[in-house]
Design a protein around this ligand. Structure first.
Ligand SMILES: NC(=O)c1ccc[n+]([C@@H]2O[C@H](COP(=O)([O-])OP(=O)(O)OC[C@H]3O[C@@H](n4cnc5c(N)ncnc54)[C@H](O)[C@@H]3O)[C@@H](O)[C@H]2O)c1
Ligand SMILES: CC(C)[C@H](C(=O)O)[C@@H](O)C(=O)O
Ligand SMILES: [Mg+2]
Length: 372
C-alpha cells in the first residue's frame, strides 16, 4: 500500500517519541513491501517561533494533502506560565482537530499482564482491564465562546453541544462496542449540566438501534472514582470533550504510565494519530520519554488502513519490549539507562526479525555504549 503520512513532531519530547514511531513504520514498510512517504511540518511552540502561528497554513495544507497524520505533542512552559500570552501552542492542535473535523478521539486503555506491578493500583483489580474511551473532540467547552471582561476580573467558557455532534460519535462508540464486550457507559454530569442532559437524551435514543449493546450511565465524578476502584466494569466509555481528556489521563494509571497510551482522532475525511500525553518539557532531549504511546499510535494508523497484520506486529514488539523490561525509566526501576531511542530500536529489530527468539535483554545490554 502507498501512504503519504504527515508528521508533526511538535514540542518537548514530541520529536523524540515521534522519531521512534516513524522508525517503526519504516520497518513495517520494508517488511511488508509498502511505500510510506513522510512529510514533516511544524506545529505548536516551534511553529510559533518560526512563523508566529501554532498551525501555519503550510502545515494545514500538508495535513490535508496526506492520507494520515502522525502527531507528537505540543506545549511549552513559556506559554503555560503566561496567562496573558496572545497566542498559544495548544491553539494549533485545537484548530487542526476542528479544521479536519476529527470529532472522535479513541483512546484504548489496557492493563498489560507484565506491568501489573508498575501500577499503584492493586493487581487483582486491574488485571484484564481493557477499556476504549470515545472522547468527543471538536465540541463542548473547548470550542464555545470565551469571554474576558475589560477589567480582566471575570471570564467565561461556554459549553455547547448540538444533537448531530452527539449522534455521530455515539454511533461510532456503539459500533465499537458491538465488536467488544457490548457495553457502553455514558459519562456525563446530567445532574447539573443542560449539555449533559442532551447527551443522555440523544445517546439513549440511539441506543435503541443497538439492542445488542447495554447502555449505562455514570456521573463523571463517580466515573473518576470507579475507573480507579473497578476499571474492569468498563468496556466502551463515551463522553464529551473535557471529561474525556481528564478521565483518560486518570485511566493511564491502570497501565502503569501515560507514556503507553495512544489515540486515534478520526472524522469523516481525515485521521490523525497522537499519544495522549503532552510535551513533558522536563524530559526534552534527555532520552527518558517513553515512545510506546507514539509507536502504538502508529499501530492505530495502520489499523485505520486495515493493515491489521502490520499493526499486530508492532503490538507484539511492544509487548515483547515490556516483557523483557526494555523500557524507559517511567516503567523501569531496574535498568534506568534504557533510552527512548533504544526502545524504538528494539521494536524496529523485532519487526525485522520477529522469529528471533534470542532477541532478549542481553543483546540490548551488550550495546550499552549506545545507551544513555
Ligand atoms: N496532545 C498534546 O500535544 C498535549 C497533551 C497534553 C498536554 N499537552 C501540553 O504539554 C505540556 C505539558 O503538560 P503536562 O505536564 O500537563 O502533561 P504531560 O503529559 O506532558 O506530562 C505529565 C506527566 O506525565 C508523564 N509523561 C508524559 N509523557 C510521558 C512519556 N512519553 N513518557 C514518560 N512519562 C510521560 C511525566 O511524568 C509528566 O510529568 C503543556 O504545555 C500542555 O498544554 C499537550
Ligand atoms: C493540549 C490539549 C489541548 C489537549 C486536550 O486537552 O485535548 C491534550 O490535553 C490532549 O489530551 O490531547
Ligand atoms: Mg489531555
Amino acid at each position: 500500500m502507498k501512504l503519504k503520512i504527515a508528521v508533526l513532531p511538535g514540542d518537548g519530547i514530541g520529536p523524540e517519541v515521534t522519531a521512534q514511531a516513524v522508525k517503526v513504520l519504516k520497518a513495517i514498510a520494508q517488511e511488508f513491501d509498502h511505500s510510506f512517504q513522510f512529510k514533516y511540518a511544524s506545529a505548536g511552540a516551534v511553529a510559533i517561533d518560526e512563523t508566529g502561528d501554532p498551525l501555519p497554513k503550510e502545515t494545514l495544507d500538508v495535513c490535508k494533502a496526506t492520507d494520515a497524520i502522525l502527531f507528537g505533542a505540543i506545549g511549552d512552559p513559556k506559554y503555560d506560565n503566561n496567562p496573558d500570552a496572545q497566542v498559544r501552542p495548544e491553539q494549533g492542535l485545537l484548530k487542526l482537530r476542528k479544521e479536519l473535523g476529527l470529532y472522535a478521539n479513541i483512546r484504548p486503555v489496557k492493563a498489560y499482564d507484565t506491568l501489573l506491578d508498575k501500577s499503584p493500583l492493586k493487581k487483582q483489580f486491574i488485571k484484564g482491564t481493557d477499556i476504549c474511551i470515545y472522547r468527543e473532540l471538536t465540541g463542548g467547552i473547548y470550542f464555545g465562546e470565551k469571554t474576558l471582561s475589560e477589567d480582566g476580573n471575570t471570564a467565561s467558557d461556554l459549553c455547547v453541544y448540538s444533537r448531530s455532534e452527539i449522534e455521530r460519535i455515539t454511533h461510532l462508540a456503539f459500533k465499537s462496542a458491538q465488536s467488544r464486550k457490548r457495553k457502553v457507559t455514558l459519562v456525563d454530569k446530567a445532574n447539573v449540566l443542560e449539555s449533559s442532559r442532551l447527551w443522555r437524551k440523544v445517546v439513549t435514543e440511539i441506543s435503541q438501534e443497538y439492542k445488542d449493546v447495554k447502555l449505562d450511565y455514570l456521573f463523571v465524578d463517580n466515573a473518576a472514582m470507579q475507573i480507579i476502584l473497578n476499571p474492569k466494569q468498563f468496556d466502551v466509555i463515551l463522553t464529551e470533550n473535557m471529561f474525556g481528556d481528564i478521565i483518560s489521563d486518570e485511566a493511564s494509571v491502570i497501565g502503569g504510565s501515560i507514556g503507553l497510551l495512544a489515540s486515534a482522532s478520526v472524522g469523516d475525511y481525515f485521521a490523525m494519530f497522537e499519544p495522549i500525553h503532552g510535551s513533558y518539557p522536563q524530559a526534552k532531549d534527555l532520552g527518558i520519554a517513553n515512545p510506546i504511546a507514539s509507536i502504538l499510535s502508529a499501530a492505530m494508523l495502520l489499523d485505520h488502513f486495515e493493515l491489521y497484520e502490520e499493526a499486530e506486529l508492532i503490538r507484539e514488539g511492544v509487548e515483547r519490549s515490556l516483557k523483557l523490561n526494555i523500557t524507559t525509566p517511567d516503567l523501569n526501576t531496574k535498568f534506568n539507562h534504557i533510552s527512548t531511542t533504544k526502545v524504538g530500536d528494539f521494536i524496529e529489530d523485532f519487526i525485522n526479525n520477529p522469529k528471533d527468539t534470542n532477541m532478549n535483554f542481553t543483546n540490548i545490554h551488550l550495546g550499552q555504549s549506545t545507551i544513555i
